[in-house]
Write a protein that binds this ligand. Structure first.
Ligand code: GLY
Ligand code: MN
Ligand code: MN
Length: 402
């Protein structure tokens, strides 16, 4: 695996024409009084280093083809309670040239700043204004340190996203594994569904299956939404009782080998009504048609135009839009994006491409949500763009309602 991280660093260095790059791991985040949330690494840092622990730095000197990991200073009591990654372990995983201490890293950066006026680092988080949580402070802290040492700090987020968007063979293997495990878990839980009475019982079966089969766990908070709960797009309460005449939307993905799956199915708990069948059928047909559009060189703009035509037709057929110019009802009943990149992050940036390229993995997730009728249906698959078209990596999991 260490070739993977070393090659990724070399590819970034080439892309940045030999510049200096410095990145930080995430810091651990407070959960309660004196406890932290279970740690999840910043995806770019992991892709370049393989390190899964907080507060490390990675320094790359592209011109000299050298890289270092700087270890955080860990107190004796922290060491006793939480342990740490040793220098030997860090070297073995990452294949950097050396592991150095934090103070040494500052000396190294001062030295690099004498030869390079510019340093590359991760800039501001895109769309931060739309996020309703506190950002991890690590990148900003590093940015402030770099701004004191170098004349200019340039954002390399887009270059990173573009490199990460085209999955390498071993990344596709890991993604297939995460997706396959998730599909198996859906099959396992679906069989048990008649015996389950609450949303949280369904969630527990997925959690059990993932851990029992070696996955790290959920790649994101699982959405287990009965009836109208499915109309809250990121519903994660998962506390309600399942009702016989309601649908159940499951949006769930395992994290395995560092990569995320992201699959949604909507099932009938009992005998579905005619209306539920019609809404589900419309989403299922639309999803099939939309996946059929995907191929290399497809312009993103053209893809979105194709999606609009298909989804509007579906909504008109259900009597939810008057005609295809009724954009208010279009956004009302289909209020989210059709696709996003998938990888280490469940929403992995594709780097703002103009068109699709082989090696990209993206979701296709049309949904129709009718709060007044207590119906929410979404169907989501994970699609790899290939040289000749696409492969649906979650195809073997039926999208049928029951
Ligand atoms: N599970 C989050 C999403 O589908 O984007
Ligand atoms: Mn998704
Ligand atoms: Mn999803």
């Amino acid at each position: 695996m260490n070739d993977f991280f070393a090659n990724n660093r070399a590819r970034l260095a080439t892309r940045l024409e030999g510049g200096v790059v410095v990145m930080s791991a995430y810091s651990a985040m407070q959960r309660g009084n004196d406890t932290s949330f279970s740690f999840e690494q910043e995806a770019n840092f992991w892709w370049l280093s393989g390190i899964e622990a907080p507060d490390w730095w990675l320094i790359i000197d592209g011109a000299r083809g050298k890289s270092w990991l700087a270890a955080p200073t860990i107190s004796e009591s922290h060491q006793i309670f939480d342990g740490s990654v040793s220098a030997e372990q860090a070297l073995a995983v990452s294949a950097v040239d050396a592991v150095i201490a934090h103070a040494e890293a500052l000396d190294l950066l001062r030295d690099l700043a004498k030869k390079h006026s510019t340093v590359y680092a991760l800039g501001d988080q895109p769309h931060a204004e739309y996020l309703d949580f506190v950002l991890n402070p690590a990148a900003k802290k590093l940015h402030d340190t770099l701004a004191r040492l170098f004349t200019s700090v340039q954002d390399c987020r887009r270059e990173m996203a573009q490199l990460r968007a085209i999955k390498q063979p071993q990344e596709i293997v890991a993604m297939k594994q995460a997706i396959s495990l998730t599909a198996d878990a859906f099959g396992y839980v679906r069989q048990k569904l008649p015996t389950l009475r609450y949303e949280y019982e369904v969630e527990a079966e997925f959690s059990y299956y993932f851990r029992r089969h070696g996955a790290k766990g959920h790649a994101y908070d699982p959405i287990v939404a009965g009836g109208g709960n499915a109309c809250t797009l990121h519903y994660v309460d998962n506390q309600s009782k399942l009702k016989k005449r309601e649908l159940l939307l499951l949006d769930i993905g395992a994290r395995s080998g560092g990569y995320a799956a992201d699959i949604t199915r909507t099932y009938a708990v009992g005998e579905p009504t005619k209306r539920q069948l019609a809404v589900h059928g419309a989403v299922q047909d639309a999803q099939r048609q939309i996946i059929g559009l995907l191929k290399p060189d497809l312009l993103i703009e053209e893809y979105h135009q194709g999606v609009d035509v298909i989804m509007k037709r579906a909504l008109v057929s259900l009597g939810l839009m008057n005609d295809e110019s009724d954009d208010v009802n279009y956004r009302r009943y289909f209020p989210h994006a059709i696709s996003h990149g998938l990888g280490i992050d469940v929403h992995d940036s594709l780097g703002g491409p103009r068109y699709l390229q082989p090696g990209m993995v993206l979701t296709v997730e049309p949904g129709i949500y009718i709060p007044d009728e207590g119906i929410g249906v979404r169907i989501e698959d994970d699609i790899l763009i290939t040289d000749t078209g696409h492969t649906n990596l979650s195809a073997r999991l039926s999208t049928d309602l029951s």
